[in-house]
Design a protein around this ligand. Sequence first.
Ligand SMILES: Cc1ncc(COP(=O)(O)O)c(C=O)c1O
Length: 413
Amino acid sequence: MEKREIPFSPPDITDLEIAEVIRALKSGWITTGPRTKQFEKKIAEYCGTGRAAAMNSATACLEAVLRLLDVGGEDEVITSAYTYTATASPVCHVGARLVLVDVAKDGYEMDYDALEQAITEKTKVIIPVDLGGVLCDYERIFEIVERKRPLFRPANKLQEAIGRVVVLADSAHAFGAKKLIRGKWEMCGSIADFTSFSFHAVKNLTTAEGGAVTWKGIRGIGDDWIYRQFMLLSLHGQSKDALAKSRLGAWEYDIVFPGYKWNMTDIMAAIGLKQLERYPRILKKRKRIIERYDKAFLPLGIRILEHYGRGKMSSGHLYLIRVPGIDETVRNEMLCRLAEQGIVSNVHYKPLPMMAAYKKLGFDMKDYPNAYRQYMNEITLPLHTCLKEEDVKYITAKVTETIKEYGESGDEV
Ligand SMILES: Cc1ncc(COP(=O)(O)O)c(C=O)c1O
């Protein structure tokens, strides 16, 4: 087979996005403006929520939710040890105490029993991570936070209105995923209390950098009020954005608090609007590739992240495999072998307690044995909509060869 060069996750940009960016550039309005507002409207429609707020990253969206809830100081926020730093760093930014929970044995989701045990009177938020686009067990998570309602100590009006630990989904990977809940398909974005999406360059739907937050209606708190807070949080705490200020005689504004600068631009939104139009086809293509991979790799006895089961439909963002009988060193050799053959693969994730920053915070990998077992033999294969039929054939052939070469000798995982 002739060698091919296959990148891990290039952006899938067509003439549609390019033409819309040119229109935005020529329109005379390139920062937050009509296209961003339109993009927000379309995201809310797609997710089935009242509103959505776009920002310049999912990291900003996660932090904005914590700041909206006024979480910090003595408060505790729980998330998974098996994630990217962006899930956890906003907790550090707001000064709250980060609590990391191990994943369940042989799984990528938090161990829900351990999660329940980790909830204290100080817990304000749980951040489940929809790894690879596969939605967590939100029914179970909501059962847990409902059971723990008596422990919850609200510190402000918003926390009081919610009345229990807040579920903030890190759905950076999961835009477009859905789940059958009580007989109804619920879209990611309308399941957790708040949901944060990423539109970073490698994501299924990209705006180069970017993110959006959606939320479920909260009794006694208007969606418009929440949206307004997100706008303040993402633009200096400034009472008017540039578009509002540009209207006749409307220059004057106030700074309500010294906020951050997280706004999305109309150039980014121009890309996003066209990506969104193409998104149903993008999701279908991802599903077809995943089905091809499953067919090729499952007979080899490897473990995969299951994307499509009864009652669940992932966004098909990442294709994770675990190779039986190998350790971290062999896994890394396999990645090199694939790279030599032109296939760029990756690892999702090196658990946070293995990273210097989180070690310094006192986390110890010994406390996360399940996360380590998931990580040590995990490989993420290229999965994107620029893959051609010959690429998929090439990847399945070369990965099969490599698994056969390295994967058979060791002990059972
Ligand atoms: C699980 C997870 N959460 C959050 C983020 C942050 O996304 P962004 O780069 O848009 O801030 C990422 C980015 O890759 C991610 O993988």
